[in-house]
Design a protein. Structure first.
Length: 261
């Protein structure tokens, strides 16, 4: 020990013993090292899973907000279009929302959030920024049932804006299709002609766009031409509409009240 302390004679022996024992030390320490590594890996994996779940939730929330912003932007565009159309309409109008749509695919009926308490009446015209939508069937105190011009049970007096030719546009049960069956083969009507309300019958004020002529088939063996039109308004995409109070209706109402008195 004295010689080793003074001259380090046993260093080589200690190095040899340390080298021989090192594998045994690694082997003894391996289980502890493995469990420590496994715990860290498991903890890291759990943290990654939690972080992944949080990021997915944030992505879904962001996507939902983006969709809502897109819906609000579309609604804003529709309201702006209605506002611009309202400025161009000479009659008194009011913007209302659609509360419900008839689930029957063969009946094109809607329910509006306005009633007779607000001045709505049976037969009242309904329009949007692009043209005629339909008319009121039954005005209740708080809500109104209306029929679209595409309903198979609806007919509308129209005229060709180009020359004043009058006819009747019938609903077909398809949102993008109207029939004009009463036109003779020699009628002056062409593809692309704009059909507007004639104002006859008192239900609709005159001059509102209704549809654009889509096809004109003249068959010599038949008395009438096969004429179809596409509604000016997107009837299956509307969310807000306008009810029209025409001066003529107001005049008729005043006259009726005077007669009753």
């Amino acid at each position: 020990m004295f010689l080793d302390h003074r001259d380090n004679h046993l260093d080589a022996v200690r190095d040899a013993i340390s080298a021989a024992v090192y594998p045994l030390r690694i082997l003894v320490d391996a289980p502890a090292q493995f469990w420590e590594w496994a715990g860290e890996s498991s903890q890291s994996r759990n943290e990654l899973q939690l972080e992944n779940s949080r990021l997915k939730a944030e992505r879904l929330l962001t996507a939902a907000r983006l969709q809502r912003l897109t819906a609000l932007e579309a609604e804003n565009s529709r309201l702006r279009a209605l506002l611009d159309a309202r400025r161009q309409v000479p009659d008194d109008v009011r913007v209302v929302e659609i509360m419900a749509v008839d689930a029957n695919p063969f009946r094109h009926n809607i329910v509006l959030d306005i009633g007779s308490n607000d001045g709505a009446y049976d037969g009242q015209a309904i329009v949007d920024a692009d043209g005629i939508i339909g008319q009121v069937m039954e005005a209740g105190p708080l809500s109104t049932h209306a029929i679209l011009i595409s309903d198979p049970g609806h007919a509308l007096l129209v005229e060709v804006n180009r020359n004043g030719l009058r006819t009747v546009a019938y609903g077909t049960g398809e949102f993008g299709h109207l029939d004009l069956p009463g036109l003779p083969n020699n009628a002056d009507i062409q593809v692309g002609d704009l059909l507007v309300t004639s104002g006859l019958g008192g239900a609709f004020p005159s001059g509102y766009p209704v549809a654009v002529v889509d096809t004109v088939n003249r068959i010599p063996q038949q008395a009438f031409a096969d004429v179809t039109a596409i509604p000016s308004a997107a009837l299956d995409q509307i969310r807000e509409v306008m009810l029209v109070w025409s001066p003529r209706r107001e005049t008729d109402t005043v006259a009726g009240d005077a007669e009753n008195e």
